[in-house]
Design a protein around this ligand. Structure first.
Ligand code: CP
Length: 320
């Protein structure tokens, strides 16, 4: 199938790698969003196969656990007709002493076109671009960035609110350790949102004010004026000290529950990147309630990842 189903890649899309939303221009973010909506429509809400990447090989290099991101990238590639190679760090030759770079070079020598990388160390996808010629897409690098998660969150807000500009969007929870928070912040700021970060002082730095972000330590203060609440998981696996006395106390102060929902705007959007911890950052009645768009985020993740795979492939083709 030809790719004339889509408009040609705009000149302002330059990159063959997607490492984060911080280093994408506003024009590139808008292009990515536009193609994500096109793919959503073209594939009948991400359900139908449109094989416009036949002959392309994508590999998923995941060094950290994942449900959503790994499955979503695999399905996105398959829906576009690409071949997918799943790489598992635990059963690879890394355990025999091979370096990460040598492993990636070995895979590249098998004519892989795109590597989707998740790693616990910030900067790993950037490091790969310095050694590898194929396209690299960051699927989450430690607490640094998770660009496809940021974009699927942005796409979900756009789907329900048309325009991001002027909306008050609060990211609540473990901002300090969250790559999702960072990607949201950079993307949402470029698109003109008023971004609030909210959580305990041990997990939310005042330094964000230097970037034009509002910092709040009280969910009760912001819940009344927020258009969107994105509830982030407490990332215990990245913490070396206890950031609050108990999970129970955290939930009392920062969980989105029915009482807080009653104080909120009538059309508030409740989002969560997942995995969610029911009863910690969100109660089940809110997670499964009418304001929740959590599963909608998951579906949009397919569209965002189809667009990402297509965009980097088109950009690489243009360079050859
Ligand atoms: N949101 C997210 O990245 O989920 P996974 O860790 O399951 O991929």
């Amino acid at each position: 199938m030809s790719d004339d189903l889509l408009p040609p890649l705009p000149q302002s899309w330059q990159t063959t790698d997607i490492l984060g939303l911080e280093n994408l221009s506003l024009a590139e973010i808008r292009i990515w969003l536009d193609y994500a909506f096109r793919f959503k429509k073209l594939t009948n809400d991400c359900s139908k196969k449109v094989p416009i990447l036949e002959g392309v090989t994508c590999t998923n290099l995941f060094f950290e656990n994942s449900t959503r991101t790994r499955v979503s990238f695999s399905l996105a590639a398959k829906r576009l007709g690409a071949e997918v190679v799943e790489f598992s760090a635990s059963s690879s030759s890394l355990s025999k002493g091979e370096t990460f770079i040598d492993t990636a070079k070995t895979l590249e020598a098998m004519n892989v076109d795109t590597m989707v990388v998740r790693h616990q160390t910030p900067g790993t996808p950037q490091l790969l671009t310095e050694h590898i010629g194929c396209s690299i897409i960051n699927a989450g690098d430690g607490p640094h960035e998770h660009p496809t998660q940021g974009m699927l969150d942005i796409m979900t807000i756009c789907q329900h609110r048309t325009d991001i500009k002027g909306l008050t969007i609060a990211l609540v929870g473990d901002i300090a350790h969250s790559r999702t928070a960072r990607s949201n912040i950079w993307g949402l700021k470029k698109l003109g949102a008023h971004v609030v970060v909210c959580g305990p002082p041990t997990l939310v730095s005042r330094q964000w004010e230097r970037h034009g972000i509002e910092v709040s330590y009280s969910l009760d203060d912001i819940v009344r004026r927020a258009d969107v609440l994105n509830l982030l998981r407490i990332q215990f696996e990245r913490q070396y000290t206890r950031p609050f006395p108990s999970v129970h106390e955290y939930a009392l102060l920062y969980a989105m529950n029915r009482q807080r929902l009653e104080m909120a705007k009538k059309d508030i959007l409740i989002m969560a990147p997942g995995p969610i911890n029911r009863g910690v950052e969100i109660t089940p009645e809110v997670a499964d309630g009418p304001h929740s768009v959590i599963l909608n985020q998951v579906t949009n993740g397919l569209a965002v990842r189809m667009a990402a795979l297509w965009l980097v492939h088109q950009a690489a083709k243009r360079q050859t």
